[in-house]
Design a protein around this ligand. Structure first.
Ligand code: KG4
Ligand code: ZN
Length: 352
């Protein structure tokens, strides 16, 4: 069964073809990062306009690479090999979701294909089901991205318990905000990680939030602690604006703050994972989402867990359509979220 996946929830336009939820026939990701970087974050109006420009070429390329036919989007031969179209219908930016879903609805209607509505957050960890062997249930999953931080226990496909989640900022969002204070361009997570390599993670002692539920997270206090440390470092008070900090900081100071922040942010995640591993003794542990690309996360997990973990490829951690097609395959089998071009709608605030 070949599923065409389409993703446009934020600032990546992506399409992919996955066979039997197992092998990736193609994956195309068109990133808009350069367009948004000048504004220091994603601008929704710019995002939807560039999805509109990119969506048809991206789907065309995904079909072309999967089936080796030129002008694939117009080719009957290519469409005959597609069994279903899976598309992200939430959560995400409304204007962005509308472009991907409208493209998927139109293509499903034109080519008479089943249409599967996929939850972007639930899809992130599904790239782990491309591995051989597949994760055995029960599966503990850490989903860490720019918008979400969740610890989920799967008893089976579609049978899961949300053990905990962030009460304020997502961990990726905290990386991006700290990056901004350090004068690093959007998206800051990977850049904080790079400069942290030269820093001392023990130079600053940043606080870890204490939560009533040990599987919940909070990162806004940590972000404020970083701001206060930077203001103190240059001898200024709490009113000193964060956007003026970077120009007065040395590269050593920036590296030390990045390393100390990263150490605590990642430790917060790994503490919760370790506790959940002890309490629930799952058969497998998996990670997904942009922050799952973090070397520090992988390093701390390997140090702390006596569990062999197979990590997803880095390009499958950040937003992509392979994850949408893969979860779409499982949904199709379970008859979940299988809709028609007339019944599929966007759900910008879709929860897990
Ligand atoms: O999953 P994703 O591509 O988009 C969302 O669904 O949010 O995640 C993007 C997030 C951004 O906040 C980015 O800064 C963060 O993932 N990120 C990282 C790293 N690579 C990406 N954070 C820390 N370390 C990294 N290496
Ligand atoms: Zn994502």
């Amino acid at each position: 069964m070949n599923v065409l996946g389409i993703e446009s929830s934020c600032d990546e336009t992506a399409a992919a073809v996955v066979a039997d939820g197992t092998s990736v026939l193609s994956s195309v990701v068109e990133s808009q990062i350069d367009l948004h970087a000048v504004y220091g974050g994603v601008v929704p109006e710019i995002a939807s306009r560039s999805h509109l420009e990119a969506i048809i070429p991206v789907v065309d390329q995904a079909l072309e690479r999967a089936f080796h036919v030129k002008g694939a989007i117009h080719s009957r031969e290519a469409w005959e090999q597609i069994d279903a179209i899976a598309v992200t219908n939430g959560p995400g930016l409304s204007g962005s979701l509308l472009i991907g879903t409208l493209a998927a609805r139109t293509l499903a209607w034109l080519h008479d294909k089943p249409l599967i509505a996929v939850n972007h957050v639930l899809a992130h960890p599904y790239v782990n089901w491309l591995q051989d062997p597949k994760p055995a249930f029960p599966v503990l999953a850490l989903i860490v991205s720019g918008g979400h931080t969740q610890l989920v226990l799967f008893e089976d496909h579609f049978q899961y318990r949300l053990l905990g989640q962030t009460r304020d900022d997502a961990v990726g969002e905290a990386f991006d905000k700290v990056a901004k204070m350090l004068g690093l361009p959007y998206p800051g997570g990977p850049k904080v990680a790079t400069i942290a390599e030269d820093g001392d993670p023990r130079k600053y002692t940043f606080p870890k939030a204490r939560m009533q539920n040990p599987y919940d997270f909070s990162f806004s206090g940590l972000k404020t602690a970083v701001l206060r440390a930077l203001q103190a470092e240059i001898g200024e008070g709490h009113e000193y604006p964060s956007h003026k900090l970077a120009e007065r900081l040395s590269s050593v100071q920036k590296a030390d703050v990045a390393a100390s922040f990263q150490h605590v942010a990642i430790k917060t995640l790994v503490d919760a994972v370790e506790e959940a591993m002890n309490e629930y003794s799952p058969q497998s542990f998996i990670i997904g989402g942009g922050v799952a690309a973090s070397d520090e996360l992988r390093r701390q997990l390997d140090d702390r867990l006596s569990f062999s973990i197979t990590y997803p490829a880095l390009n499958l951690c950040t937003d992509n359509a392979v994850m949408i097609a893969t979860l779409g395959y499982y949904q199709s089998h379970a008859r979940r979220g299988v809709l028609t071009p007339h019944t599929l709608v966007i759900e910008p605030s879709l929860a897990m």
